[in-house]
Design a protein around this ligand. Structure first.
Ligand code: ZN
Length: 70
């Protein structure tokens, strides 16, 4: 099966290239690095912590607002 390396667009062959669909380990690692820097940030535990913190702070603010109203 012929394919093109998603990194450098060089033609690759699933039967010949060990790092298919990448043409080389270098491109495979580069894609992995790009994936890690883009996607890993989203699922980073620190982000989840901040989100939870923000959510609880929001709940706290809403509670305080209700206290002021009543
Ligand atoms: Zn490549």
């Amino acid at each position: 099966m012929m394919h093109r390396c998603p990194i450098c667009k060089k033609a690759t062959d699933s039967e010949l290239d060990r790092d298919f669909p990448f043409c080389s380990e270098r491109c495979r690692l580069r894609d992995l690095g790009a994936w890690a820097s883009e996607k890993y940030v989203v699922s980073d535990p620190v982000f989840d912590e901040q989100e939870l913190e923000g959510r609880s702070a929001e709940t706290e603010a809403r509670r305080k607002r209700n206290d002021t109203i009543h």
